[in-house]
Write a protein that binds this ligand. Structure first.
Ligand SMILES: Nc1ncnc2c1ncn2[C@@H]1O[C@H](COP(=O)(O)OP(=O)(O)OP(=O)(O)O)[C@@H](O)[C@H]1O
Ligand SMILES: [Zn+2]
Length: 468
């Protein structure tokens, strides 16, 4: 069975067939690094991380490009509002925050992560091609702006199935010399008061690129003029992706073969957005649960659906995830060895069905349930083989709690802790054997104060650190 993906241009599920067999080129719109990442941004990156992991599991070689928009009106405005800060200093600082948040959630780094400012020559070349082909024009007012000529491109509106006359006007800051309200800026001429460091030389005078042209130039620079998948949040379908498609197609590029859009994280029914001030940050949730649980929460809905965050979301995710962890702990404690296994067929068909993660997780929980029953009946070997399949599925989803990536400390730190704990547990066991319960209890209390819990099992004492 092949992988089916919902192509939002066709508004239909399509069998996925890459341009080059066995290889996938995927471009995902990354953040405008104007402020700290909220969990909506993280969900977007996570969805494409899940898709990438699944494609790799199915034998594809994936090239993932996710850009960093480091020059844009919003970056300039926020840097100016902050006072002394240079726009590029703000952009760099925010980019580092995004990277740290992605890493925290186990979102693998893209193959390439280009900054817009490193591809200005490619953007200028693309705009020049559009002017030559009659699809773009420099503004007649001498402002140095260049606009895409929507009237010249009859396919304009094809991505979102809209007629140009019914579209809202492009909201370019201070539009100068546009022929039609829908025409959008490809290049923004330098204005008095703009920092000199935010101006690049071009055939139309100094200035800077518009946002949409950045993605058209960076995607084709790294993936070729025709590539497989273009992704981003649903909020970017229009105008951003509509405009990307128009520019690239009008310039003669084949561009993306499949358009994917992730659903948004919302709060009280509204999109989580910096401008609405309803942002929830990773740190807000991480005092209630560890990072793997946050990844589980943000990655457990179907990627196209809205993920509504409410007060109890993280606790609910924690409770579900602890059922999985509890089973794996039980298996390990009862001596069953978890060997490697492939994912069950039902999981594979769920993932192949437009990455249906809720259905895939239902398979995980089925196996957890059967595994627990096997343990209840004393059948450790059946439980261990079910656990192996559970681990294989969790690995694909990037939420395997046994993965070293989620370990709280460095491996060396863990080893030292193991050694110390073995000695302390031995001391406690001999105190108990000598009926010196006061010492045994004191040891348990002191360990509890350090976040270490001891549980006595038929196979000896078992310890865990802060529930991990
Ligand atoms: N609430 C959200 N839920 C899911 N994805 C989101 C959300 N907000 C932004 N994204 C996605 O994150 C990626 C980076 O977004 P970008 O920096 O353009 O943010 P934005 O849409 O301007 O955010 P904001 O509205 O908070 O300013 C894009 O693919 C975007 O669609
Ligand atoms: Zn983009």
């Amino acid at each position: 069975m092949s992988i089916r993906l919902f192509d939002s241009k066709e508004q239909a599920l399509r069998d996925f067939s890459p341009l080059v067999p066995g290889r996938v080129g995927m471009y995902v719109c990354g953040p405008t690094v104007q402020s700290s990442p909220h969990v909506g941004h993280l969900r977007s990156a996570l969805v494409y991380d899940q898709l990438r992991r699944w494609l790799i599991h199915e034998g594809f070689q994936v090239t993932l490009v996710r850009n960093v928009t480091d020059i844009d009106d919003k970056v300039l405005d926020n840097a100016q509002a902050a006072g002394v800060e240079e726009w590029w200093a703000l952009a760099y600082r925010m980019e580092a925050e995004f990277t740290a948040a992605y890493d925290l959630l186990g979102i693998q780094r893209p193959t390439y992560e280009p900054r817009a400012t490193a591809s200005i020559p490619e953007m200028i070349a693309l705009i020049s091609r559009l002017i030559e082909r009659g699809h773009a024009y420099p503004a007649a007012d001498g402002s140095g702006d260049v606009y895409f000529n929507t009237a010249s491109w009859s396919a304009y509106g094809e991505l979102t199935n809209q007629k140009p006359a019914e579209m809202e006007a492009a909201t370019d800051a201070d539009p100068r010399g546009k022929k039609a309200p829908q025409d959008f800026a490809l290049w923004k001429g330098h204005k008095a008061g703009d920092p000199a460091s935010a101006s690049w030389a071009s055939p139309w005078g100094t200035g800077r690129p518009g946002w949409h042209i950045e993605c058209s130039a960076m995607s084709t620079k790294y993936l070729g003029d025709t590539f497989d998948i273009h992704g981003g949040g649903l909020d970017l379908r229009f105008p951003h992706h509509e405009n990307e498609l128009a520019q690239s197609a009008a310039a003669g590029d084949g561009f993306a073969q499949y358009w994917l859009h992730n659903g948004l994280v919302s709060v009280g029914g509204q999109k989580m957005s910096k401008s609405l001030g309803n942002s929830v940050f990773a740190a807000d949730l991480l005092d209630k649960a560890k990072p793997v649980v946050l990844r589980y929460l943000l990655g457990s809905a179907q990627y196209r659906s809205t993920l509504e965050l409410h007060d109890g979301s993280i606790e609910e995710a924690k409770a579900s995830f602890e059922r999985i962890e509890g089973f794996l702990d039980r298996v390990r404690r009862d001596g069953g060895e978890i060997v490697s296994a492939d994912v069950p067929a039902a999981f594979r068909s769920a993932m192949n069905d437009d990455l249906n993660i809720p259905a895939a997780l239902a398979v995980v929980f089925d196996l957890v349930r059967s595994g627990n029953s096997a343990l209840d009946g004393g059948d450790a070997s059946t439980a261990a083989s079910l656990a192996a399949e559970v681990v294989a599925m969790l690995d694909v989803l990037g939420v395997n709690p046994l993965d070293a990536a989620w370990a709280p400390d460095s491996i060396q730190g863990d080893a030292a802790l193991d050694l110390l704990m073995a000695e302390l547990l031995e001391a406690r066991a001999s105190a108990r054997a000598n009926k010196d319960f006061a010492t045994a209890d004191l040891l348990r209390e002191r360990l509890a104060a350090a976040g270490i819990t001891i549980e006595d099992t038929p196979h000896g004492a078992h310890w865990s650190f802060n529930g991990r």
